[in-house]
Design a protein around this ligand. Structure first.
Ligand SMILES: [Zn+2]
Length: 153
């Protein structure tokens, strides 16, 4: 069926371009006329637009989350720029998302610190154990020699 000089197939082919204002003026106009007169294509157009809106919201959500992560990470590492310090400080105090992110990152940082400490502790223990084993081996191998010589002296 031709509505506004376009068939439904042609109009639907134009929909993506139409949503992004990425068609020639003439084609934009023909598509618009078709949509105004064709409920089926109009429904496809509406659903595409809803999808576009959803995607834009998702993108915004992700960008926002990344910004919060970055803001908080800089704050914890004392790398926040001076002019933003007050703002971030207030956000961490009053904004639930910032507050949550701050707690999580701080917990993670503390946990990493704890792990580092444990590893160091174990390395030291291992080192001491190795040294005492070397001593033991040394005694085991040469103990008699020293004992015999000591007796001879
Ligand atoms: Zn149509």
């Amino acid at each position: 069926m031709l509505k506004g000089y376009l068939s439904c197939a042609q109009a639907q082919n134009n929909l993506i371009g139409f949503i992004h204002y990425d068609l020639e003026r003439k084609t934009m106009k023909k598509t618009a006329i078709h949509l105004r007169n064709c409920p089926i294509c109009m429904e496809k157009y509406s659903s595409l637009q809803r999808r576009k809106k959803e995607l834009r919201e998702k993108l915004y959500e992700i960008q926002n989350k990344l910004k919060i992560e970055n803001d908080v990470s800089c704050y914890i590492d004392c790398e926040t720029e001076k002019e933003n310090l007050f703002l971030i400080n207030e956000l961490i105090k009053w904004d639930e998302k910032y507050k949550k992110e701050y707690k999580e990152q701080l917990n993670l940082k503390n946990f990493m610190q704890y792990c580092k400490l444990k590893v160091r502790e174990n390395l030291i223990k291992e080192n001491i154990k190795n040294k005492s084993m070397v001593k033991k081996d040394f005694k085991g191998l040469f103990g008699d020699f020293f004992n015999n010589n000591a007796m001879r002296v």
